[in-house]
Design a protein around this ligand. Structure first.
Ligand code: PMP
Length: 414
């Protein structure tokens, strides 16, 4: 069901609280991704829709022993409130993780959050008044767009190509915003293995983009949950490593360890970090202490780098299955990105096909994807879709792509 579904809007009209909602709540509707979950989880449907990490390779036995050990030895701390700043030991370990990307941060400048989603919320909360502009790649992460909308910020999309955000497009967007007498508060970017486009910002563009933002006095919010999931083990330098004063870096253990623990973080310039801690306090008091301690212990006692390597290998095999099947089955006129890390391929279909309108038919043919419009704030994306290869087995991926190609081929003959 989508937000345009007649049944749904009837329900919305019947909502007796409708007149009470704050302006920011009126526009809140289920994202395309969430709305798809129900149908996509039927066993006969191959879901290329969700972006759930595949946790099958985690060492559950040793993790359960670690959790038991934490409760036995530090239970009263683990089960107690902690500071909004986060568990100190974990903040130190996070510095070691980020050092892999050339980031030198001080543990004091890290705030631990309930996933990086909460960090996104806090950053938007402290920077955006209604009507402020946020620049974001087009397409961009649906969860970030939802957060920006909930603070009534206006999103201006900046074009990407296969090498990520285009610096000239950024210059043009900034000039247009300035001409309109508005303020861009920050550039939100996912430089590595972007969600949903699957592309990575070229290294030689990074310094340029950071420099453009600094010159225009626009903060950079670098969201990097996939950075360590390069399929050849490649690690790109973080934007934060190029400008510690003007970049807020958001990180997460959701894709490299366990998404359900909900542990992420923000590394911010010192003054910003203080505001983030205050905002975190009012949002959640603190991130769950036990979960932070589980992550900390995992980093201390497990070979987490090898674990990430095995995630890389598993996702690479799935990426290969998807790219091979697209090559084999897709009708002429379709194009797609070729990610070398992360979870997603971005597919563009020939003119005349609307991916949202086609979706019910695809589900009838037992394959699900996310239509492209959900990844734009401005209605663009009707000829695009996101395909994720992170969760299904390679065989299911091949079968899903085959079904999707059959639906597209039929649409093209109509
Ligand atoms: N940013 C991006 C680009 C994501 O893809 C996700 C999860 N899908 C998040 C942030 C949020 O991740 P989490 O809250 O689990 O850390």
């Amino acid at each position: 069901m989508t937000s345009n579904d007649p049944q749904r809007s009837t329900r919305h009209d019947l909502d007796p609280h409708l007149q009470r909602y704050a302006a920011r709540a009126v526009g809140m509707t289920a994202s395309e991704v969430r709305a798809l979950f129900a149908v996509a989880s039927r066993p006969e449907v191959v879901s290329l829709a969700g972006g759930m990490p595949n946790l099958a390779a985690l060492p559950l036995d040793s993790l359960s022993a670690e959790v038991a050990q934490i409760i036995a030895t530090e239970g009263l701390t683990a089960l107690q409130y902690g500071s909004a700043h986060g568990v100190p030991k974990l903040r130190e370990q996070i510095c070691d993780v980020m050092a892999l990307e050339g980031v030198t941060g001080h543990p004091d400048d890290i705030v631990i959050t309930v996933g990086s989603q909460m960090a996104l919320d806090l950053v938007t909360r402290i920077f955006c008044d209604p009507g402020d502009v946020v620049l974001a790649e087009g397409p961009s992460y649906v969860g970030a767009l939802g957060t920006f909308a909930s603070y009534e910020a206006d999103v201006v999309h900046v074009a990407m190509d296969e090498h990520g955000l285009v610096p000239d497009a950024l210059r043009a967007a900034l000039a247009a915003v300035e001409r309109a007498g508005k303020r861009a508060k920050f550039l939100y970017t996912i430089p590595n293995f972007q969600n949903p486009a699957g592309v990575t910002m070229a290294v030689d563009r990074r310094a340029e983009i950071v420099e453009i933002c600094a010159r225009h006095r626009v903060l950079v919010v670098e969201d990097n949950p996939y950075g360590l999931l390069g399929f050849d083990g490649q690690i790109y330098p973080a934007l934060r490593s190029m400008d510690a004063d003007n970049v807020v870096y958001l990180g997460s253990f959701s894709k490299t360890f366990a998404s359900g623990l909900r542990v992420g973080w923000a590394l911010a310039p010192h003054a910003v970090r203080e505001k983030l801690v205050l905002a975190a306090e009012s949002a959640a008091l603190c991130a769950p202490t036990l979960n932070q301690m589980v992550v900390s212990r995992y980093l201390a006692t497990h070979d987490w780098k090898s674990q990430i390597k095995s995630f890389q290998e598993m996702y690479r095999e799935r990426r290969d299955a998807m790219l091979g099947a697209l090559e084999q089955h897709m009708p002429p006129g379709c194009t797609w990105t070729r990610p070398d890390g992360g979870f997603f391929v971005w597919l563009t279909v020939p003119e005349g096909i609307d991916t949202k309108a086609m979706q019910p038919r695809a589900v009838t043919e037992r394959v699900a994807y996310v239509p492209g419009t959900g990844f734009y704030a401005d209605g663009f994306g009707s000829r695009q879709m996101r395909l994720s290869f992170c969760y299904p087995t390679p065989e299911r991926i091949r079968e899903g792509v085959r079904r999707l190609a059959a639906v597209l081929s039929e649409e093209l003959q109509l």
